[in-house]
Design a binder for this molecule. Sequence first.
Ligand code: FAD
Length: 301
Amino acid sequence: METIWDCAIIGGGPAGLSAALVLGRARRNVVLFDSGRPRNAVTRETHGFLTRDGIPPYEFRRISHEELARYPSVRIRNTAVADARNAGGHFQLRAMDGLIYRSRKILLATGLVEELPAVPGIRDFYGVSLFNCPYCDGWERKDEPLVIISETEHAFDLVKSVYPWSRNLILATNGHYVLSHEQRRKLAARGIPVYEQRIRALVGTGGRLEKVVFENGAEERRAGGFVSPVWSHPNVFDRALGCRRNEHGGIAADDFGRTSAHGVFAAGDAANIVPPQLIVAAAGGCRAAIGINSELTSEDF
Ligand SMILES: Cc1cc2nc3c(=O)[nH]c(=O)nc-3n(C[C@H](O)[C@H](O)[C@H](O)COP(=O)(O)OP(=O)(O)OC[C@H]3O[C@@H](n4cnc5c(N)ncnc54)[C@H](O)[C@@H]3O)c2cc1C
């Protein structure tokens, strides 16, 4: 007979992997799908996860898979889910491997995709010397000459949040006018130059930024910096399943990951856009797993 999994987890980042561990230990049969495109894939090291500070992202995943292999009721499928829907009494998922899976619960742990400012070649530097979060990568850049590249209304806040790590900052808005009079005054008072013209080029080798060249020919020597990405969801499963979004654009979920759609849970960056951190995503996965297991237990007991 076809298996009905207790839970299908979509996404194998820290949120999904952590949920799989808790559910496996709770003796639940779980299938985890992963398309293998985590948001931090561009980085060489991740920071701030206690006992794993500085670990390469692929090594974090390798250890997680090794630990999950101890629990035989957890299966990992290295494939994307193309479609997930409520089939009345259970969920039906169609995977890119061509197979159909059925489950009692679904956990959406699909992370986010990010669009970077429209600066030529910016992807070559992202994850090596340009980052998005000072809590993740500020320590390694402390006191360096940095550029903040932001085309959005978050420009001023990003400068402010990077300032404790380095006061040697310039702000580049790449042709956008996103600062209020008061924000300009505060930046000027701290000696932080603002460049509003477009960036012509980022110059450096092997992803290590050396200078920023502006359209008017001005140049600034910079060793790295921080950018404001625009985040969006990689899939629309949540909408198809009837989940509401929260005020940050994430999937609205309570403390145990329950969404507005019965049986559908969400964790990690997909649910909790602020603060987007590995340890927070993993904690979210753990909480959602406990929510899922409690719901399954109540239904069966
Ligand atoms: C440049 C950069 C540096 C960072 N550095 C740090 C750091 O140093 N410390 C830190 O704490 N955080 C860091 N982060 C943030 C951290 O990467 C995220 O907060 C964390 O990865 C979120 O985990 P998650 O499990 O929610 O999502 P992710 O890790 O993004 O995992 C989501 C997974 O879901 C999969 N997926 C999506 N859709 C489907 C589908 N339809 N079917 C199957 N699989 C699917 C994706 O392929 C992916 O593997 C960094 C982020 C970036 C971009």
